[in-house]
Design a protein around this ligand. Structure first.
Ligand SMILES: Cc1cc2nc3c(=O)[nH]c(=O)nc-3n(C[C@H](O)[C@H](O)[C@H](O)COP(=O)(O)OP(=O)(O)OC[C@H]3O[C@@H](n4cnc5c(N)ncnc54)[C@H](O)[C@@H]3O)c2cc1C
Length: 432
């Protein structure tokens, strides 16, 4: 009995080994690669797109170039069979048609900021279309609009608008390295959300390629699909090529203020009060966003360091679409506890405010908006939710207690209210 079972084990092992040898034999892999490449070449009207396979010398650097969450740079993260960095729409269409024919999933990456890395990883064999070369921005000040290709970053959009006009802007996120492909389709917003709503509220038209390889615009895709891709994510419906966005008016001078308060400086009371003033009762042109983290404060005795202490720090970042004097009047009336003074306020152009509110120090040139890797990449797990009622002080204290036990916790609360509350969540209507 013993010898029979051990010989059947040997036969089974031999079968498994030969199966794996067959599956991984170079000629088989080459054939699959060749077939796919031939298919893409025959469907591309233009030249063949730039294509990388795992054995290409630059495969890993291209893959990692815009992975924002470093959790997904580990060797264990599944890698694509091919990375394509197209320059022409016909090349994307060819990849869509051929991936379908060869049973390969497609992931599409614009800015690579997906919290869970869904734009560049999958658990089945897949092809990555990286839109890094797809980032032309064509601003038309005469009709307050711009065509923006999907791979452009928010920073590039802000910069190109400001090149043409100091009194036009676009209401989108604070982090300028985020891509417009994922941001606008996923319901992204920034510090002008209370005045103008979300980025998706300002989409006038879009071009996408569907699973059949057809290129559709607003008219040919129909209003239902056009509605869905403005907040529901484009990935379920196709590859987004470009958005036509509406520009919004901004004053020549806006005011930015960043004020940080530790627990010892009354952070709990301030955060508690902030909850009741930031969304309601202040003008739409005022937004105060909140970031809470943990910092080390140094204890001094007559100038000599005698130790350090970990504490909670709440940072209030304010954008006011107007001059500092007006902002100070509003703050004195609505949120005097924060103690904002003239010296806490900086007047600047709107485009400069996008640099300042992203956390860069005074004097940073707006050219940084064109640098796709100017924000440090990090390892993180993030989750978002809606806070519909004020968190009581005891609740905040509970959060702080937990924070102090964690290595690098962060809480970011954006403010809504204002225009957001006046836009229907059933059907988005264009703002006039
Ligand atoms: C550091 C950081 C700061 C952020 N700041 C803000 C902020 O201020 N405000 C805010 O609202 N959000 C913010 N976000 C969230 C961000 O808006 C979303 O993660 C957004 O989806 C990222 O878009 P992306 O194009 O950079 O990401 P990607 O990883 O490229 O894509 C995100 C998702 O969209 C899909 N997708 C991307 N492009 C296309 C396309 N062309 N066609 C079809 N599908 C596509 C991807 O497949 C993926 O599922 C931030 C995220 C990070 C990491």
């Amino acid at each position: 009995m013993e010898s029979t079972s051990s010989s059947s084990f040997v036969i089974l092992s031999a079968f498994i080994i030969s199966f794996f040898l067959l599956a991984s034999s170079p000629s088989k892999a080459l054939t699959q690669e060749d077939n796919f490449l031939q298919c893409v070449a025959s469907h591309s009207n233009q030249s063949m797109p730039q294509l990388y396979v795992p054995k290409s010398p630059s495969f890993l650097s291209v893959l990692q170039s815009s992975i924002y969450n470093l959790r997904f740079t580990s060797p264990a993260t599944p890698k694509p069979l091919f990375i394509i960095t197209p320059n022409h729409e016909s090349q994307i269409r060819a990849v869509v048609v051929c991936s379908k024919k060869h049973g390969l999933k497609i992931t599409v990456r614009s800015g690579g900021h997906d919290f869970e890395g869904l734009s560049y990883r999958a658990n089945v064999p897949f092809v990555l279309i990286d839109l890094v070369n797809f980032r032309t921005i064509d601003v038309n000040i005469k009709d307050n609009s711009a065509w923006v290709q999907a791979g452009a970053t928010l920073g590039e959009v802000y910069y190109r608008i400001a090149e043409k006009s100091p009194v036009h802007g676009f209401p989108a996120g604070a982090c300028h390295t985020v891509g417009v492909g994922g941001h606008i389709s996923g319901g992204g917003f920034g510090l002008m959300v209370r005045k103008y709503g979300m980025a998706a509220d300002h989409v006038l038209d879009a071009r996408i390629i569907n699973a059949k390889g057809e290129i559709l615009d607003r008219k040919t895709m129909g209003e239902d699909l056009f509605w869905a891709i403005r907040g529901g994510g484009v990935t379920s419906f196709g590859v987004l090529l470009a958005w036509k966005i509406r520009l919004v008016p901004v004053p020549p001078t806006v005011t930015v203020s960043t004020m940080a308060k530790t627990l010892e400086q009354g952070a709990t009371e301030l955060v508690h009060k902030w909850q009741s003033v930031a969304s309601y009762g202040v003008p739409d042109k005022l937004s105060i966003a909140l970031h809470v983290g943990v910092v080390d404060t140094v204890n001094n005795n007559n100038g000599t360091r005698i130790g350090s202490r970990r504490t909670i720090q709440a940072t209030f970042t304010t954008l006011f679409l107007g001059p500092a004097a007006q902002l100070l009047q509003v703050m004195e009336k609505k949120f005097p506890e924060l103690g904002m003074k003239q010296e806490d306020c900086k007047e600047m152009r709107w485009v400069e405010s996008t640099v300042r509110t992203a956390g860069f120090p005074d004097g940073t040139l707006v050219d940084i908006l064109l640098n796709r890797s100017s924000l440090p990449k990090t390892t993180f797990k993030a989750k978002s939710d809606f806070v519909t009622r004020s968190i009581p002080k005891a609740g905040l204290e509970g959060i702080w207690k937990r924070f102090l036990k964690e290595e690098r916790p962060e809480l970011v609360i954006g403010v809504w209210g204002g225009r957001v509350n006046r836009i229907s969540n059933i059907r988005l209507h264009f703002l006039t």
